[in-house]
Design a binder for this molecule. Structure first.
Ligand code: GDP
Ligand code: IMO
Ligand code: MG
Length: 405
């Protein structure tokens, strides 16, 4: 009877999927509340990799229930693929108010990327156009698929999208796929209220720095990725959320364009990418890598109010002589500790680093002193406990703070 939110602290790919899978063991219901098939969440069990885009992680346990809330955007083709993989009998439900990602959204995403002077490097999954149309009230929703008046609704939106689709193909698209959600469609707020007695995990997608308000706009995704999006995306009050767990990679990565203050465009960056397997789970693109940036994690903490942190991929730092952590920025001669909104100002900022000794040992059970120093420093800078560190891809490769402290 506890609900926990799992939120990425950086630019996504922090290892949320792995931690959701871990916590899912003791949970009943796993809920996505924002984003769409732009997400790529990896879970590795017995050496086999499972990547989910549209459906929540944690459904590898057969008895778990999945819910895709109203704040998500639904790509029915991605959903079909994942339902086929997980099994059609799986208990996956979908909010009736969630907007649909339609084929014209993907075409618009492509065109917008090509038209922009500076591309964002989107996943080209149609996310931006879909959320724009949602806000512009020219989208279709899950509940429209089952509406006998869907033709009228298509007539209403058609004038806005006619350069990208035909009325018939839009109708055919919906009719061909409506059976996918039959028997799975629910009212998200009612479903959650009725299941208040279950242990619930809210699985964030993307990360705080990709939030459309608080990230590095315009180099962000198009949804709110932070804890508040659970309330707006699922129709539940803030009191519904008991714990907020921040997932922080032990270094920083980003895929796509936009600022990354601690980026390493050198051999160390290449080393982190290769050792960490930093290639996008959705697009396969190489991820840009850099040192851990605590200015970013502090920004994330302020917005999400984490009860605890999980530090992932600590094993990737093993074997380094020296590890750096950015604690503040030097901005035109002045030191700042808060993340600027203005990207021109951010451009003028250079990271100020603290240096730590590395370690060579394999990370298990009792962590080496140097790794504990690294964690202690992060905890003292942020004033939040690191409850677990993840030290490998596999399900069991996790160390809890009871064993190292
Ligand atoms: P998500 O989007 O936050 O779920 O993260 P991704 O799945 O996109 O990217 C995380 C990658 O790191 C995946 O390939 C995971 O299998 C892998 N991973 C997760 N935790 C660890 C860890 O502690 N150590 C290592 N080496 N890999 C990890
Ligand atoms: P998970 O959930 C990392 C990035 C894209 C691009 C920007 C906008 O796996 O952490 P979009 O397609 O959303 O319009 O792209 O956001 N992006 C992600 N980066 N992890 C993700 O998801 C991402 N989802 C989107 O690369 O820079
Ligand atoms: Mg990912």
């Amino acid at each position: 009877m506890v609900s926990k939110a799992i939120i990425g602290c950086q630019w996504g790919d922090e290892g949320k999927g792995k931690i959701v899978d871990l916590l899912a063991k003791d949970s009943d219901l796993i809920v996505r509340f924002q984003g769409g098939a732009n997400a790529g969440h990896t879970v590795v069990v017995n050496g086999k990799e499972h990547i989910s885009h549209q459906v929540p992680s944690g459904l590898l346990y057969e008895d778990k229930i999945g819910l895709i809330g109203d704040g998500c955007v639904i790509d029915l083709d991605a959903l079909r693929k994942e339902l086929d993989q997980i099994g059609k009998g799986s208990k996956i439900f979908i909010g009736d108010r969630a907007n649909l990602v339609l084929p014209h959204h993907k075409r618009m995403d492509e065109l917008q990327e090509e038209t922009r002077k500076k591309g964002i490097g989107t996943t080209r999954r149609g996310i931006g156009p879909c959320y724009s149309h949602k806000a512009g009230r020219m989208g279709l929703r899950i509940c429209d698929l089952d509406d006998k008046n869907i033709g009228d609704r298509i007539d209403e939106i058609y004038p806005f999208v006619k350069d990208f689709t035909t009325r018939e193909s839009l109708l055919d698209y919906c009719m061909d796929r409506k059976n996918l959600v039959e028997g799975r469609t629910v009212s998200t707020p009612n479903f959650l209220m009725e299941n208040r007695g279950l242990d619930i995990l809210f699985e964030g997608a993307q990360g705080t720095m990709l939030d459309v308000n608080y990230g590095t706009y315009p180099f962000t995704t198009s949804s709110n990725t932070t804890v508040g999006a659970i309330c707006t995306g699922c129709g539940v009050p803030p009191s519904f959320i008991d714990e907020v767990i921040g997932i922080t990679k032990a270094y920083t990565t980003r895929v796509g364009e936009g600022p990354l203050p601690t980026e390493l465009r050198d051999e160390m960056g290449d080393h982190l990418r290769e050792k960490g397997g930093e290639y996008g789970a959705t697009t396969g693109r190489p991820r840009r890598c850099g040192w851990l940036d605590l200015v970013v994690v502090k920004h994330s903490l302020a917005i999400n109010g984490f009860s605890s942190l999980v530090l992932t991929k600590l094993d990737v730092l093993s074997g380094l002589k020296e590890i750096k952590v950015c604690t503040r920025y030097d901005c035109q001669g002045e030191e700042i500790e808060s993340f600027p909104a203005n990207l021109s100002l951010l451009d003028e900022c250079s990271p100020v680093y603290e240096r730590f000794r590395g370690w060579d040992q394999k990370l298990e059970y009792k962590l080496p002193k140097e790794a504990r120093d690294y964690i202690d420093y992060i905890e003292s800078c942020l004033g939040v406990d690191v409850s677990m560190v993840s030290v490998g891809k596999g399900r069991g490769e996790i160390i809890t703070n009871e064993s190292w402290s």
